[in-house]
Design a protein around this ligand. Sequence first.
Ligand code: ADP
Ligand code: MG
Length: 305
Amino acid sequence: MPSEFEIIGRYFSRPAPGALLGVGDDAALVRPAAGCELAVSTDLLLEGRHFAAGAAPRALGHKALAVNLSDMAAMGATPRWATLALALPAADEGWLEAFAAGFYALAARYQVDLVGGDTTRGPLTLGVTILGEVPAGRALRRDGARPEDDVWVSGELGGAAFALEHPEDAAAAKRLHEPEPRVALGERLRGLASAAIDLSDGFAQDLGHVLERSGVAAAVRYADLPKFRIADPALERRCVLAGGDDYELAFCAPPAARARIEALALPLGLALSRVGSIRAGTPRLQLVDAQGRAMDIAPGYDHFA
Ligand code: ADP
Ligand code: MG
């Protein structure tokens, strides 16, 4: 079995051309571009909590990084550097090879460098910290939504949650196991969106965070939400409103930005749906059906609920 240092050397020491110093010293050295702020975020994936025992290692490598890239997208930041904290029950070389391949394939697509980490024996745990750059003062925060803003959603909702109940559905499984972070959208929304969040715990709950931080209410038309095809209406509602793991962006923008936002969909190859609007008032999401009637909203994912 390889040692800790052989694991790092063999699987996690590829060159980091975008860093001053990568893996191998006590810390990495990075320099953000002049005029940029650093956006920093961490996401942890645990076996048995975020993924099932025996999950495919290549997809895990992809997803461990993808969920962090998604946080950069939600901030309008350009991801640059990542660190990887890894607890492994055993040094399984086939597993490590596939995991590293999935991680580095996604990293290469976004020109993100793995610049450090930590490796230890323990229950399978994947922790990534991501650093990105955003022009000073232009990050997309949760607290910027204002009355009259439109509410928008990228892609489709509900596919990842649907996959938990229908693992045989290949399109849904891809949504769950290999989410595509909306990095290019986040970058293009700088200067257009007033607020943004990535949808990791369910649309209703995550948009609720924007409403809380912004001190506003929202009215959303269920019929206008972009949906993964789910035949059973009750299951569709549950997956679309409360299903986690979609990693789409929900964002707010003034009506004056509509045409410029719509014009992003084609070059990005990504549907952008206008689903409702922000209202003055106490933070609350009001959801209406096609007949204009108020709908109940199931809670989203909460690790401690
Ligand atoms: P330290 O004793 O200072 O914590 P380590 O011996 O744990 O250093 O790590 C040696 C080098 O390898 C460091 O540069 C560290 O950032 C890097 N490293 C350790 N584990 C990983 C990993 N899973 N992925 C990437 N780099 C790693
Ligand atoms: Mg260490």
